[in-house]
Design a protein around this ligand. Structure first.
Ligand code: UTP
Length: 305
């Protein structure tokens, strides 16, 4: 099949990846008084670079970063810095130079501004004016949700090709931990890892949860979502919720499916989650891993003796 067989999005089904990064990041206060949480490093690289790399690998042509006034540095991270590059080149620090040049070379970045933190749904809506007329779907990636291994967007695009509509991503989590998440009410399809979504419940009690499938921060949304976003009213916390727009699409019989992703996730939206992700990445790093592993063993042993 050639790319043009699959419509305007090409074989991957979308050209634009929207990354909402305009939230207040209150769980990282006081740091987020001045440093956006999207720039906090996992080991040495900010979360926003990982998510841009994931979008580029999934075939997106461009990233629409939604930022608030004051968080322009998140977008500036993707600009090149010729002075710094010249300095590093002059010093022969080639490995560092390559790291510095990595983000600007990943993907074309455009900025949409969300003037007030009116919710994730509202933030996604801020990207609509930047879309071309023939874009019939967009990917949305939440930068504070690390979904590993990367590549689930490719699977989601294949599901959209088969079923149409919108495709979301879920993890199967133990029922006793389900009340931390948005949970899908689903029915089976002929593929055990693909379910048709009939509804969504935010943070249900374990015994009331309609399934153990928890929403993750990856979405492949039909363009109809923007119309739905205009029709919803503020929900939890007075914010326009993306899940309410998806719920409206489901009510109107728009096909919504979920891919059950088998892997790991890190919640980079909390200090404990970011720390865990950093330790995970550091242990896998050949430079810092061995020494950290020794230190962690000693440290935990001291704790338990
Ligand atoms: P979160 O609720 O996890 O992020 O939103 P937050 O609001 O920044 O963090 P806390 O809860 O105050 O600690 C998920 C994603 O949606 C974006 C956030 O930047 C984050 O990437 N978001 C949220 C917006 O872009 N705008 C909003 O109004 C709300």
């Amino acid at each position: 099949m050639s790319a043009s067989d699959c419509g305007t999005g090409g074989y991957r089904g979308f050209r634009t990846a929207v990354v909402p990064a305009a939230g207040l990041g209150t769980r990282f206060l006081p740091t987020t008084k001045t440093v956006p949480k999207e720039l906090l490093p996992v080991l040495d690289t900010p979360a926003i670079e990982y998510v841009a790399a994931e979008a580029a690998r999934a075939g997106a042509d461009r990233l629409v970063l939604v930022v608030s006034p004051g968080k322009e540095s998140v977008a500036a991270y993707f600009d090149s810095n010729p002075d710094l590059e010249a300095e590093l080149r002059g010093q022969g620090r080639d490995a560092l130079l390559a790291k510095v040049r990595r983000a600007p070379g990943l993907i074309r970045v455009e900025v949409a501004v969300q003037r007030k933190p009116l919710g994730l749904g509202h933030a996604v809506g801020c990207a609509e004016p930047l879309l071309a007329e023939d874009e019939d779907a967009v990917a949305v990636l939440l930068p504070d949700d690390f979904v590993l291994p990367t590549g689930v967007l490719g699977t989601m695009a294949a599901i959209r090709r088969r079923h149409g509509g919108s495709v979301l991503c879920a993890f199967d989590v133990p029922r006793e931990r389900i009340s931390a998440y948005g949970v899908f009410e689903v029915e089976d399809t002929d593929d055990p890892d693909v379910r048709r979504v009939r509804g969504m419940v935010e943070k249900p009690a374990p015994e009331a949860a309609p399934s153990t499938l928890a929403a993750a921060g990856r979405y492949l949304l039909d363009r109809a979502v923007f119309d739905a976003l205009r029709r919803i009213v503020p929900g939890a916390g007075g914010e326009l919720q993306l899940t309410d727009a998806v719920a409206l699409l489901i009510d109107e019989d728009h096909p919504v499916h979920v891919v059950v992703h088998h892997g790991e996730r890190h919640d980079l939206g909390t200090p404990a989650g970011l720390l865990r992700a950093s330790v995970d990445f550091a242990l896998a790093d050949s430079d810092v891993g061995p020494e950290l592993r020794r230190w962690l063993r000693d440290r935990v042993e001291r704790e338990t003796t």
